[in-house]
Design a binder for this molecule. Structure first.
Ligand code: ZN
Length: 292
């Protein structure tokens, strides 16, 4: 297992972690500058942040700083209430693949979606099995497009509390079942993003990490689970402040040969997004050494 205690060369910052500084939205370019100043070597930007900054501008800035990506956030949201909606989702996902290619991402992370309309509080139906079959069809279709462009797709299982509105793929086992069904040859084109916030509780986690193997372990996301958690989406904790045994899980992933970045992804509306970006990044570096 790699020793993270003396440096932060394998730290990546998911740019949502510093989406806001003192409660104010931070332009992506400022985030990239601040990461580079601290010797952080990788980031995972979000599509909305890239769009606001301009794709070419972001690509140029990444190159100027020598910053790598640990992933691109995100594609997915496949289910829809009608054919036009399914097609629109697919079109948008293809654009996400193109952007990921432009940015030199190692993979496009997929948050697959849940019941159509649920995110806006108006679920079109209650058929989660239908949503799951639309997810499988959507990934299958996108996979052809992505494979031609050599952009791996990484399914991120989300905690079951998001099954209705964000992702009806909720365990690593479910994600790997999709990988087996859609890429039985294990071509490397389809794999998983293991985000400990979503999967730490799973009694099958270690076994499923072993099942995934190096070729399907595309990304590793860390933060912490706070007790109590006061908000479903934006109350993630800094590594070391919660109850996830991050180092144990990293050991399992690395035992399979994973040697990529440990990506810090914290959504925290009342704590970290209220602090200064520099303080948050410095804390990420310190906790990467002490708690990851
Ligand atoms: Zn994640």
């Amino acid at each position: 297992m790699r020793d993270f205690t003396t440096d932060h060369r394998w730290l990546s910052i998911n740019t949502a972690t510093v989406r806001k500084s003192r409660g104010v939205e931070v332009p992506l370019i400022d985030i990239l500058d601040a990461c580079a100043q601290r010797g952080i070597r990788a980031v995972a930007p979000w599509r909305d942040q890239v769009a606001a900054a301009g794709l070419a501008n972001v690509a140029r800035t990444l190159k100027a700083h020598g910053l790598e990506l640990s992933g691109y956030c995100r594609g997915g949201m496949f289910p829809a209430a009608d054919t036009a909606g399914l097609q629109a989702a697919l079109d948008d996902n293809r654009r996400a693949v193109d952007e990921a290619c432009t940015l030199g991402a190692p993979c496009l992370v997929l948050v697959v979606g849940g019941l159509p309309g649920a995110l806006d509080g108006k679920a079109a139906h209650k058929n989660i099995a239908l949503a799951r079959s639309q997810v499988a069809d959507g990934i299958a279709s996108l996979l052809e497009y992505a494979h031609e462009r050599s952009m791996p797709l990484s399914i991120e299982p989300l905690h079951p509390m998001y099954a209705a509105d964000r992702a009806c793929v909720n365990t690593l086992e479910q994600a790997l079942d999709l990988c087996d069904a859609l890429d039985p040859a294990r071509s490397g084109a389809l794999g998983v993003a293991v985000d400990l916030y979503h999967v730490w509780w799973d009694p099958k986690l270690q076994a499923q990490v072993q099942r995934a193997g190096q070729d399907r372990l595309h990304a590793f996301h860390v933060c912490d689970w706070l007790t109590p958690t006061t908000e479903l989406l934006t109350d993630r904790g800094m590594m070391g402040d919660g109850i996830i045994d991050i180092r144990q899980a990293r050991g399992w992933v690395e035992a399979q040969g994973f040697a990529g970045y440990s990506e810090v992804e914290i959504f925290s509306s009342t704590n970290w997004w209220q602090r200064d970006m520099g303080e948050v990044l410095d804390t990420c570096i310190a906790r990467h050494r002490s708690a990851v």
